[in-house]
Ligand binder design. Structure first.
Ligand SMILES: [Zn+2]
Length: 553
């Protein structure tokens, strides 16, 4: 009796909230829980890219978008928008282990064992065979060319046809010179940048020296994520961003190479931390051979849209990756389904409920695109594809609010974003948070480069202000002690494991508060003439300024 009375009251409140001038709760913990439970169920098979689970997942998201009242916002098919954006992906595997041989100044040739000494990626430069012969090794320090910081590790040296041996992270990570934010990692510190810069300069390949502290992870992570199947977006000119030889080597291997060239690794590293560093030839060459199996598969981003009433050509994006790891190696209990309930069932549930909330309210001035991207777990590829093939012009894209793993342990007093970045969008988030009595906590480990590890980064690269929201750890129930303990438990017991499954114990009231905050930020931007930008010293500022110039034309 009591239950039905409560339900009746709740229903009455829900109905009145639809018509009231100041709407009541827009988000509902039960609805969020149901969506997470569905997306994270075994029926969705861990939402693997380009598997039958992809169609099931896409059908579910499209069904919810449609029911909410969104319009299709995807690819134009015969002049009409569909619900998805096709994302062609290149898939590449080595057939057997590649052969890598070093010829040092003295002694017998040294062959490097794949996985134990070197982690060499299957080629993504478009070729099916790897063949290098006598490529000279050159130590280029951190491999950074940052004109806006007055830093150049190359000093005009021609690196074409050479294998660049490089350190990971920024020159100032361990107290070196230059203004790369100290401990915090800039994009110049990330391995993807180092590979891209080497390709731009026509190098034959890259060997990144693995060191645990500056990499922020151990050799096992390097090995596991580089020696399996590789994916990339299909690029018109893959050689522009990929050399044929992209690898990490163990620190001991590097020390051997330096010693054979009469150099001390630690001294060379100390030199690399200085602005006056010059590349050092290592008097060694490399031979490599291998065969790759490559194919192109098609995955999909999902896009639903609410057209703005005044400025429909201006777009704010809410995003979340729908994919997870699919079916893989069994855990101790024999479970092979990597459900990804938190990562990223929660982010998608937030995205769907955000769409429902905006659809129920009066239309905003600007358009809102709700974008569920694919292949985040393969290297942020669905979002990268969107950045290179935007459905709506980047110049008139206001910003992106991404959610990748939300909180399931009740409300927090604080909130955060992935990585350290300075941008107007963050200022807006902090202001709206303060209005709701909540405060911002900066990323406690900016050196781990989390800024470069979720989908907002793909948009940052093309200049669009973008953040990945992070739930706070200062929980209303239990404070940071409980919050940090639960976060640690998640990483050790669930993260990227079959145990990331929906639980009836989860408390979705914190996600409601976070969705409310993200709603406030989005609503404010979608009803303003504001064009958020990156801070003046940001590496993404120039790209945004270029598109801003296009906007004014
Ligand atoms: Zn994720």
């Amino acid at each position: 009796m009591k239950t039905s009375l409560t339900l009746g009251l709740a229903a009455a409140l829900a109905t009145s909230s639809l018509t009231a001038a100041t709407p009541g709760p827009l988000f509902d913990p039960q609805r969020l829980s149901d969506d997470v439970r569905t997306l994270g169920s075994d029926a969705f098979e861990g939402r693997g890219v380009a598997t039958r689970a992809e169609s099931r997942t896409i059908d579910y998201i499209v069904g919810q978008f449609r029911a909410a009242g969104l319009s299709p916002g995807g690819d134009l098919v015969k002049g009409k928008r569909g619900w998805t954006q096709a994302v062609p992906l290149l898939k590449s595997d080595f057939v057997g282990d590649p052969k890598v041989t070093l010829r040092l100044a003295h002694g017998a040739p040294m062959s490097l064992a794949q996985r134990d000494q070197i982690a060499l990626r299957a080629p993504m430069d478009g070729s099916k065979t790897l063949h290098l012969s006598g490529a000279p090794l050159l130590f280029v320090g951190y491999g950074v060319a940052a004109p806006e910081r007055g830093w150049d590790d190359f000093k005009g040296m021609d690196v074409r046809g050479k294998i660049l041996v490089e350190l990971i992270n920024d020159p100032d990570f361990e107290g070196g010179e230059g203004s790369f934010g100290g401990k915090a990692m800039t994009y110049y510190g990330r391995w993807t940048y180092k590979y891209e810069e080497a390709a731009r300069r026509g190098a034959a390949g890259v060997m990144i020296i693995h060191e645990t502290d500056p990499a922020a992870y151990g050799w096992n992570t390097v090995k596991n994520s580089n020696t399996n199947t590789m994916f990339d977006i299909v690029r018109p000119d893959p050689r522009a961003v990929h050399t044929p030889f992209e690898s990490w080597i163990q620190r001991d291997v590097a020390k051997t190479i330096f010693a054979a060239a009469g150099l001390d690794f630690d001294q060379a590293k100390a030199a690399a931390k200085r602005k006056d560093f010059r590349p050092m030839p290592l008097s060694a060459t490399l031979d490599a051979s291998g065969a790759a199996r490559t194919s192109v598969i098609t995955s999909h981003n999902v896009a639903g849209r609410l057209a703005g009433k005044k400025y429909p050509d201006e777009t704010l994006i809410y995003s979340a990756h729908w994919d997870h790891l699919g079916i893989g190696a069994p855990d101790a209990k024999g479970d092979r389904i990597y459900n990804g309930a938190v990562d990223n069932g929660t982010g998608v549930a937030q995205l769907i409920d955000q769409a429902r909330a905006f659809a129920r309210e009066p239309r905003t001035d600007r358009s809102i695109l709700f974008l569920a991207v694919t292949a985040e777990e393969k290297g942020l590829l669905g979002s990268e594809y969107y950045g290179n093939h935007p459905l709506y012009p980047l110049a008139t894209t206001v910003g992106m609010l991404n959610t990748d793993s939300m909180g399931t342990h009740g409300p927090a007093r604080d909130f955060s974003i992935s990585g350290s970045a300075k941008l107007g969008l963050l200022d807006d988030l902090i202001e709206e948070g303060a209005r709701e009595g909540r405060h911002f906590t900066a990323d406690a480990h900016p050196e781990a480069g989390h800024f470069y590890r979720s989908d907002h980064f793909s948009m940052a690269k093309v200049g669009v202000p973008a953040i990945s929201f992070e739930p706070g750890l200062d929980l209303v129930n239990g404070g940071t002690v409980r919050g940090e303990a639960l976060a640690k438990d998640y990483v050790t017991r669930m993260y990227h494991q079959p145990a990331d499954e929906w639980s009836p114990q989860w408390d979705f009231s914190g996600m409601v508060a976070d969705a409310q905050l993200l709603h406030a930020v989005g609503k404010r931007l979608a009803n303003s003439r504001e064009w958020p930008n990156w801070s003046k010293d940001s590496e993404f500022r120039a790209a945004r300024d270029r598109t801003a110039a296009a906007r004014k034309k």
